[in-house]
Design a protein. Sequence first.
Length: 183
Amino acid sequence: MKILPAAIVIGAAMFVGGLAIAADEPYFHAGWKMLGAQAFQGQQHAQDRAQQLYYYNQMPATPPAPSVPPKSKDDAKEIIAGIRKDLADSNKALEKLKAEVAKNKDAVALIESIKKHNAKAHEHCGMAEEFCMKHEGESVEGADCCADMYNELEAAKADTTKLLKLLKIDKLEPPKKSAPAKK
C-alpha cells in the first residue's frame, strides 16, 4: 500500500520535471513552423510579383498585335499593392516569431536583417509605383528598380532560410492525400 503513493509522487515529479524541461526547450513551440512558413511564403510571393513587375516594365506601351490588350497603369498598381501586402504579411509573421524567440540573440539578429531587406524592398515598391505612374513605355529605370527589389527579397529569403535552420523549423509538409471515397 505504501508503494502506490510513493509511485504517484515520483510519477508526478517526473511529469512536472518533464514539462519544465519542455518549456525551457527553445524549439518546442509548434506554431513556429506556421510562422516560419508565413514569413517565407510572403517573401516568395513578393519576389514572384517583383519579377512580374520587372517584365511588365519591359512591355511596349502599344500592343504588338490586336489580340494583346494595351499596357495599363492599373496592372502595375495591382502588382505593387500585392507586393506590399505580401511584405506586410511576412513582417507580421516575423514579429510574432521574434516575440517567441526573444531570448535567442542569433534568431533576433536574423529577423532584424530580414526586416531590413523587406523594408528596402518596400522602398523599391514606392520608387516603382512612382515610375510606373509617370511613364508608359518600356523603361530601363523601372526594370532596374524591380531588379533591385527582387534581389533584396532574395537576400531576405536567404536569411529566412538561415533562421528556419537555426530554430530547427521544418518546412510545412504537403497535405496527405485523402482516402478515396467508398461507394
